[in-house]
Write a protein that binds this ligand. Sequence first.
Ligand code: TRP
Length: 454
Amino acid sequence: MKQQRAKFGSKLGVILASAGSAVGLGNVWRFPYEAGNNGGAAFIIIYLISVVLIGMPIIISEFMIGRRSKSNTAGAYKKLAPHTPWKWVGRLGVLTGFLILCYYVVVAGWTLEYVYQSLIDSFHGQDKDFFVNQFATFSQSIFRPILWLVLFMLLTHFIIVRGVEKGIEESSKIMMPLLFILIIVLVGFSVSLPGAQAGIDFLIKPDWGKVTPKVILSAVGQAFFSLSIGMGCLCTYASYFSKETKLGRTAISVGLIDTFIAILAGFLIFPAAFSVGIAPGAGPSLVFVTLPNVFEHAFGGVPVLAYLFSLLFYILLAMAALTSTISIHEVITAYIHEEFHYGRKQAARIVTTTCIVVGTFCSLSLGPWQQYTLFDLDLFSLFDFVTAKILLPVGGVLISIFAGWYLDKKGIFLEEISTGGAIRPWLYKFLIISLRYIAPIAIFLVFLNQFGIF
Ligand code: TRP
């Protein structure tokens, strides 16, 4: 046997690391703009249903597969289903992760620019038009976004080579609770801005007339993206869980924390956006042009507070993004390390370098290379579309079929989920029904519909 595999140190560490993967730009950046593009409340309700009916069972499946096999995600299927094509599910996951990381790190880099702008106090006394212009100029420029994304990849790299327990677990333990508190405080300010009520209505009054297949696919895709499922990310983390970790409870904690933060982000962004007249469908710029306004308005009278809140917020957002980039990087690094027998450091170096190169292309595709498009999408948007709306749901269907139909129910499924003890019969039934029928059929129908087949 090889040397002993790494492990997470404590129960809390397991939850925070997994939640650290789940909570990130997906909650604060992607969720509000997808909700805004897709009509608001109705999208959010479909998203919540997807989290419970499809997301939770898939989190548990990834946990089972990972902990049982103690392998990177491709190795996991090789161990649990030797000599079958199932290993391709793992490989597909690694590819998906790579594509996500390449554009995710662009946005992660933006958060560093906003940390920097907060630090030099350039938001002070500015208005909405300034923020809109500033974001457009910055995100379309050549060097600065690339500089930040390189820096962000290096930060990720640094933590990855420090190893699972020291790097990943320790950083999550500090950052997660802090982010949580700060968002709650800011929501308080946001909902009390003048004209905020329209934003709150947008979040809680569903307009079912706006629901189309596209809206449903977007909601399902967002649930997958936000929970970090469908590509073996939680599967890889679970391979570092100990025998005692309770998979069901951990899954519920992760799902609750992630969903709660996404909803809070909604209550942070939309009241503020409506208050200053920024359209909810503003797209990827939404968070970046709305938030500086919140800081300015909420603490306009006390510039020191505006300064501190904005600085702290962007630092925490960058850190939330960091715990997510780490988790994706880890999937690919563990794969290269274990399947191709490179040293861990060298594997990490390969991942970091390739992501910097492709990430640079993604960044340029928003500015100087805007005219090069495929299916009408620039590279950045193409990666986002292909991963969140195609590859993650496809990966999710395959994982649920694997866990629901293929995995040995008595020997592996029950043992893993019950940690060797007992499991409530209704819970077992719910999992099986969801994994065997609900998840695959629902996603399949949404797909057929979206691509005009039915
Ligand atoms: N869930 C993270 C977020 O919300 C992003 C992320 C991390 C992710 N790992 C993933 C998305 C795996 C999809 C698959 O920011």
